[in-house]
Ligand binder design. Sequence first.
Ligand code: ASP
Length: 299
Amino acid sequence: MYAIIVHGGAGVRKIPKDIQEQREKVLRKSCETGAEVLAKGGHALDAVEEAVKVLEDSSLFNAGTGSALTLTSEIEMDAAIMDGSTLKAGAVACIRNVKNPISVARKVMEKTSHVLLVGEGATLFARKMGFEEYDPRTDYRVKQLKKYFKEWLEGKLDFYRENLEVAKLYVKEPGTVGAIALDKNRNIAAGTSTGGFVLKLPGRVGDTPIIGAGIYATNMGAAVATGLGEAIMKFCLSFRIVSMIENGLLPQKACEKALEELTLRFGRNTAGVIALDKHGNLGYCFNTLGMDMAYRVHR
Ligand code: ASP
């Protein structure tokens, strides 16, 4: 048996139909790419990395190419990967100018004693590991920043309101992805990658590379989150879900319970999650308008 589940971020805005169809196609491709690795007897870590790379390489998601821009129009990406069997994990935060942050996160896990590298240190590490300089910026994101910045100043966006004052010191004018796989040898691995939130302050790190918040995996199950990192981190969302799975809850029930509690504390439009246990049971839940996903279970 093997299983894989991938997501393309929890969205709060309606996506045009043609773009939505393209996104679904890429998500299916990501899922199939991971499933092919698993079908050949490959390791869950390889399946997760390959599945996330497909999503990072598509400009339709907020990860890798097409990542959201910071307030100062930069791209700073976060990513993490975790091996459920060994609890080994690797992550990068605020990394710049690389094509696949998920692969750099895997190198942190496999080639260093550390778990998380940030900013210039993360980018320098990527270069030392042979990752070439790459500009993940897209025209769509540049336009989006201008539009959102205006709406934000007018008070039409309900996130990062407390930043409005400090934001003026920076500028005068101005969908995350994840995967969890279970391989034929019962290894579970999880991976996640994001450009973060549009309009974030430079240097801001979200939940994605924080072990226990945006990602967690053990040999019993794994969870990966998406949404407003500031809420997800305070709630340690992924760790809670995996704990519930370890205590006997099915992933679907665990996702629903955790999301219900998170929504009570932080309101709607804050998070989405996917989860998988060692028996190949899947779970997902979101309190946003939607969350694109694809999965495949082979018994
Ligand atoms: N959770 C990510 C962050 O806050 C963003 C997302 O999931 O879309 O950086």
